[in-house]
Design a protein around this ligand. Structure first.
Ligand code: NAD
Ligand code: AKB
Length: 311
């Protein structure tokens, strides 16, 4: 069962899980039906504990991928509502899992748990001092994951995703969203207005690598999972001027203008690099994509998508 399945990650993860477990064994859920329905789907507001638990019982759910959340930039518009949604939905998942014999839970954390005192490169055990309500909620969620594992033996596994870049879906209100939007503008031959400064380096990951890491983590034998808060995960790091240069290798006329807004401050509170040594060691993870390889695939896939749309 997936909560928040219509989002940037959920719409892709649903297909990955269908490929592994079978189309009918994956139950996607979100606040409203998706525009294109490719899965067994239920409308579910995950803040509703009774409805969530009823769905777990109805389908005899064995694994929950809890993606529903409000992300960093959108979260700052309404901090208390963001805290409520991010925490209440997770408590409902944890309790439904504990009471209904759910075997595994996946909790997506974020590089947003780190703050300005961490420095340029975040180690696994760097102190989390998040600057956003989103980061505070993710850090709290990590500690609750560890608590439910230790207290109740619930097998919860978690990754601190960097900004995810993919061609299949649009991002939903984060600070790293620009790194998806930029490719859409480039392929449409439009000027890209960037909300971060040219040299703002952030950790990012290509969607295929993010999915690979998620599945590797979830399929690893229990004894290989040594971290029950959340694993650091790294793909690549780049700035807006570096991604623009990578795009120009394929679309030489591409142009970008910089108009930093409130998201600049959020970006500056995050580390530029992530050390994911523990993930690499525990469940043999390696990213396959660097910036140029990701750019090639993004541009080629988006060109196909926009050609199909214009036909
Ligand atoms: P998204 O914003 O694209 O999707 C989130 C989905 O959650 C949306 O479809 C939304 O309708 C749904 N949702 C919101 N409130 C809900 C509720 N009360 N009940 C049910 N559904 C609700 O986010 P995403 O990028 O797909 O991220 C998924 C998860 O991964 C989130 O927990 C996010 O914090 C985490 N994450 C994402 C990234 C990234 O770069 N995309 C990076 C780090 C962590
Ligand atoms: C965001 O920018 O909020 C997300 C994240 C890194 O958690 N993409």
């Amino acid at each position: 069962m997936i909560t928040g399945a219509n989002g940037q990650i959920g719409s892709v993860l649903t297909e990955y899980l269908q490929g592994i477990y079978g189309h009918d064994r994956v139950i996607a859920s979100d606040l409203k039906s998706p525009e294109i329905q490719n899965a067994r789907f239920e409308i579910l507001d995950a803040t509703n504990a009774g409805a969530l638990a009823a769905m777990v019982r109805k389908y005899k759910v064995s694994q929950i991928y809890h993606l529903a959340a409000i992300l960093s930039a959108k979260g700052e518009q309404n901090p208390l509502e963001t805290w409520h949604i991010n925490m209440q939905t997770y408590f409902n998942v944890l309790e439904a899992a504990r009471e209904n014999d759910v075997k595994k839970v996946f909790y997506p954390s974020s590089i947003a748990v780190f703050g300005e005192h961490v420095g340029a490169k975040a180690a696994q055990w760097s102190y989390p001092d998040p600057a956003t309500v989103y980061g505070i909620s993710k850090s709290a969620g990590e500690n609750w994951s560890n608590y439910y594992f230790k207290r109740y033996g619930l097998d919860i596994r978690s990754l601190r995703y960097p900004g995810i870049v993919g061609h299949q879906s649009m991002p939903g209100g984060g600070t790293t969203d620009y790194a998806v939007d930029i490719y859409h503008k480039a392929v449409k031959n439009e000027v890209f207005e960037c909300f971060l400064k040219a040299d703002t380096v952030l950790p990012m990951i290509y969607i295929s690598d993010a999915m690979d890491a998620t599945i590797r983590l979830m399929e690893a034998p229990q004894q290989k999972i040594t971290i029950r808060t959340s694993y650091n995960l790294a793909g690549m790091s780049f700035s807006p001027e570096e991604i623009a240069a990578s795009i120009r290798k394929l679309i030489p006329d591409f142009s970008i203008v910089y108009k930093p807004d409130f998201r600049q401050k959020i970006a500056e509170s995050w580390p530029r690099q992530i050390d994911d040594e523990e993930a690499r060691k525990d469940w043999t993870w390696r990213p396959a994509y660097n910036l140029d390889k990701m750019t090639e695939e993004m541009i080629s896939e988006l060109k196909k998508k926009y050609q199909t749309v214009s036909k």
